[in-house]
Design a protein around this ligand. Sequence first.
Ligand code: DGL
Length: 414
Amino acid sequence: MNQRPIGVFDSGLGGLTAVRQLRRLMPSENIIYFGDTARVPYGNRGRETLLKYARQDLRFLRSFDLKAVVIACGTVSANCLEELRRESAAPVTGVVEPAVERAAAATRSGKVGLIATRASVGSGAYERAFRRLDPALEVRALACPLFVPLVEEGRCRPGDVVIETVAREYLAPLRETGVDTLVLGCTHYPLLREVIGAVMGPDVTLIDVGQEAANLPGPAGGGGRPGGPSGGLGPVLYQRPGGEFPAAGLPVPGRGGRGRGGTGGHFSILMMMEKEIILFVRGEQTYDSDSPEVTELATEGRMTMDNGEITLTYQESELTGMEGTTTRFTIRGDTVTLERTGMVVSRMEFKQGERSSSLYETPWGTMVVDVATTRLAHRLTERGGVLEIAFTIAVNHQVTGENRFKIRVKEMTR
Ligand code: DGL
């Protein structure tokens, strides 16, 4: 079996309803799930913003060498599927078409309801898909913008007066139209299945978008083949810091740490984020007892935080004499690695009180560089902070002086 994972993402926890079905159908697949919990909800955002967020979500998932992607978000599927498909090497499945096909097959009266986020309904994607399939169907679409925030708050159980009141208000006009099939066009909504079912009544068939997408044949879908040998790792869940998977109403057991999922697989929730930053880089080089030579650079860059590892990446410029070079600091525990690629290629490792040796390739030749770290300190959070490194440096075994980096990182606000 191809062990490369399937990547699944959503704005929050809703897409786990698709993961639940994937796990049921394909227990031995490895699944990486990303929930953009810090930026949920997506459903009231414009198309450009959705595309930007979805591309960032996918860029993170792609670092896992995926064999397939499931966009377990109705809002992103309805608004961005074509672009994301064009840009992805791995096959991409959205949730709109599979649910529409199932609903068209299920309806007897030809009257179908669709509830989804504002951005999904506004895109018209569900209605277009129904029209392509059967122009005679009568489709009533309704946006329910409060459902996602309430689900994320864990307010999804029958008996919760807030969700029950909101559901009755939203769904009353649909009830009156006499639809016999209702597409839950947002992957958060299956968590409200009981509440919605109680309002709509037992004669209305509810179609779950995440489940239908997971049923699809092909590399990402389970193809309706339940069973198969177990032994996959179970979904690994990632979220942005600042958000969290709430405990209530989840098809997974809770927040943080490792545990056993309701589907039987191990899972872990790890922190990941990637953001645009501004770096103020001050470098000092002191040769002999001369006063230090100072370079200062303010530049845009990127910061990632992934399970304790922090990276800072930026482009050098003519100010530092290394134009055409990408610099990356990777901070892992008490060790910092400085890697340069492009015009200059180097890799240096810093750990307080320790020495390390490496090669430094420049257009003018290759040198052996030994560094001895005298000071290393960092205070970095996802909001920014400072990284300081001081070291003596020897080039081709000749000590050339003392170097000091002080890098201030600020998150970029646009
Ligand atoms: N689960 C997402 C969807 O399917 C929710 C969108 C949102 O965050 O508003 O549309």
